[in-house]
Design a protein around this ligand. Structure first.
Ligand SMILES: *Cc1c(COP(=O)(O)O)cnc(C)c1O
Length: 364
């Protein structure tokens, strides 16, 4: 068991981001869902989001919702369920996003078996070309069948944008969703509880005042957990310093910057290239590509140059640094979205949950 490498998760900052986003969303008629998948649904993170005033937690994976089961919140499954997991979906998710009749039938059968009612949101594709029917008639037909199924409660209409096709949420595409929702409501004399218009990618439209009235849910992950939205732009009133990474130095040597007689390929089959900076003081950190793609991490000490790495080693040029590193020193890194995702997923990285009142470590 070792403490490093370690991803530090700043729970109070996540809670503060949530609070600020909930307040802003409320003033635009939106009740956000909190998406936990970036943090692999560690319950500490789920609780930090709930502490910020969210009541609905959402994740792509049923395995992640199982981790959140004991938390006092409503749970929503984001990825279209697999038929093979229908029993868990009905058991662990209160609501799921759906696009296939056979799957709804499987959920219906399970709901009856478990003496439950399972809520569903039907997904419509507004051009991003991931989940949901692209043609309005198909979505209307699926809604009809969903309403007729026992054990299934149609509670909303949703869409996903800016994920696969890079289609931005706009007033026009959001209005299209509202139009279809109204047709469903009129035909069946029901009121849909959720009109789920977008992910964090919809926040800018909302902040501009251009999200049409009727959309009442955004599914917020990246904005809550990292303060970023569409195109990874910073979201106003949020902080980005929610996660960082600490690695330990295991070697420091002065060496030439270009290998002697370099002809072979590196461990990843790539012909390595080198910049000749002369003799330099170099450090090796005990972290490598098996832990995280090193392009996704940036040293906080801006005088460090990341030279490269292999599966288990990260090589840094520390020659220009003002800090006197030694063996056992810790180096801190900022993380991109992909970097956080990999570090949270890796079994080789310690998770350190930090709040003003406690620090809890899950050692790797
Ligand atoms: C991941 C996901 C979200 C959250 O996206 P963020 O960009 O992290 O806010 C919302 N909806 C669906 C369907 C998702 O898969």
């Amino acid at each position: 068991m070792s403490a490093y490498p370690c991803i530090n998760i700043h729970l109070d900052t996540i809670t503060q981001n949530t609070k600020n986003l909930v307040t802003t969303c409320q003033s635009h008629g939106i009740t956000p869902a909190g998406v936990t998948k970036l943090a692999c649904a560690y319950p500490e993170v789920g609780q930090a989001i709930l502490d910020g005033g969210i009541y609905l937690l959402a994740d792509s994976r049923i395995a992640n919702l199982i981790k959140l089961h004991h938390l006092d919140a409503k749970k929503m499954l984001l990825r279209i369920p697999a038929i093979s997991e229908a029993d868990d979906v009905v058991h662990y998710a209160d609501v799921s996003l759906n696009s296939e009749l056979v799957t709804l039938e499987a959920l219906s059968n399970e709901a009856i078996k478990q003496h439950k009612s399972h809520q569903v949101i039907i997904m419509h594709d507004l051009g991003d070309l991931r989940e949901g029917a692209f043609y309005e008639e198909e979505t209307l037909a699926l809604s009809r069948k969903a309403i007729a199924l026992p054990g299934i409660d149609l509670v909303g209409l949703g869409t996903n944008l800016a994920c696969y096709g890079g289609v931005e949420p706009t007033a026009a595409n959001q209005n299209q969703l509202i139009t279809i929702a109204k047709k469903i409501e009129t035909e069946h004399q029901i009121k849909l509880q959720y009109l789920s218009g977008a992910s964090s990618a919809g926040l800018q439209l909302m902040l501009n005042g251009d999200l049409p009235q009727g959309i009442n849910q955004l599914r917020l992950g990246a904005s809550i957990l990292m303060g970023i939205g569409l195109n990874d732009d910073r979201v106003p009133n949020t902080r980005q310093d929610t996660f960082d990474l600490t690695a330990e130095i295991v070697e420091i040597k002065v060496k030439p910057s270009v290998p002697v007689n370099s002809t072979a390929l590196d461990a990843f089959g790539i012909k390595p290239e080198f910049i000749d900076r002369g003799l330099r003081r170099r450090a090796i950190c005990a972290i490598g590509k098996q832990d995280v793609d090193i392009d996704q991490i940036t040293p906080k000490d801006s005088n460090i140059i990341v030279i490269g790495g292999s599966s288990d080693h990260l090589i840094l040029d520390i020659d220009d640094s003002k800090i006197d590193y030694s063996i056992g020193s810790l180096v801190e890194f900022e993380l991109s979205y992909g970097g956080v995702l990999q570090c949270m997923t890796s079994e080789y990285i310690t998770k350190r949950f930090i709040s003003s009142t406690s620090v809890k470590e899950l050692l790797c």
